[in-house]
Design a binder for this molecule. Sequence first.
Ligand code: PLP
Length: 364
Amino acid sequence: MIPMVDLKEQFDEIKEEVMRLTETVLGSTRYVLGPHVTELEEKIADYTGTSYGIGVASGTDALYLSLRASGVGKDDEVITTPFTFFATVEAILYCGARPVFVDIDPRTFNIDPSRIESAVTERTKAIVPVHLYGYPCNMDEIKKIADDRGLIIVEDAAQAFGADINGKKAGSYGQAGCFSFYPSKNLGCYGDGGMIVTSDPAFVSEVRTLRNHGSSSTYVHETIGVNSRLDEIQAAILLVKLKKIDDYNDKRRNNASIYTDLLSGDLKCPSEEDGYRHVYHQYTIRCPERNSMQERLNEGGISSVVYYPIPMHLQKAVKFLGYKAGDFPEAEKAAKEVLSLPMYPELKKDAIEKVCSVIKQSSC
Ligand SMILES: *Cc1c(COP(=O)(O)O)cnc(C)c1O
């Protein structure tokens, strides 16, 4: 079976350095928020062209803490996309705020900036653009609206570590950029982890307090926070992988171009606008006969996954928001047509060719 993701080859390549650093951390007896976390925070701030990084326990927490530290709370509205992973919506709801969905641009699968303006009300506090599959949202347009209306931007860059528009990195546009280090993400650790990047010093101290039980000095609690810290072993592993992230992303991009060369005559493939750099967390095609295509791939020994089959506004968990089928036709159509194919840096050309030959035998 050709898998969606295979983390083994990458691990074998960096095993020696990872094992050495893990032993150093274990021997140091400093396990949570130590020197490796601090170094990683500085290096990721540098990498993304921001001033500060704040290590947290997951990408979901990065979103939640960023929204809370931006003052998002009860009765506020937060604009986001209905076509994302549920964590984006959960983070908004954890704050007591209301997610307000805006339909996607069918070509990019990202929130359609031209539809945002009409969703803004007096209660709107923030916009959470999601750089889905590793492709950056149109941040110039989104920033223009946010600036005009006095809204905060918190970027969900969980799938887009290293993506950029004209060299400016995803995660560096908003008040905060949020990353996930879940193992299968482009920059993944060997457990859970996340990071917030920002250039606002007041925001940094707010987030640092919130992630540590609302405490900025020991046993003094200014507010009710959470326990959301990054641990030293994960940070050490991420330092090894960060050195290689551009190479990993280039390999993903190369694999994507092999797919596109072989498939673009037959079906809708992902593409890049001028200046946009996709990092292909997923390589996602569109196919009206998606379910039968997936069956055929499966029979041919090829994994594929639907990210995501149910748009957020139709999830049972958020029924109380009152949305219904038909509210966001582009997101609903995408949910019926998308199919993500095997994609990881070490994926071999002959495997991609095999995937494409099975696809080309099916009709789409
Ligand atoms: C993975 C992901 C998250 C959540 O990250 P975790 O580290 O798993 O909490 C949030 N948003 C998107 C778009 C993601 O893909």
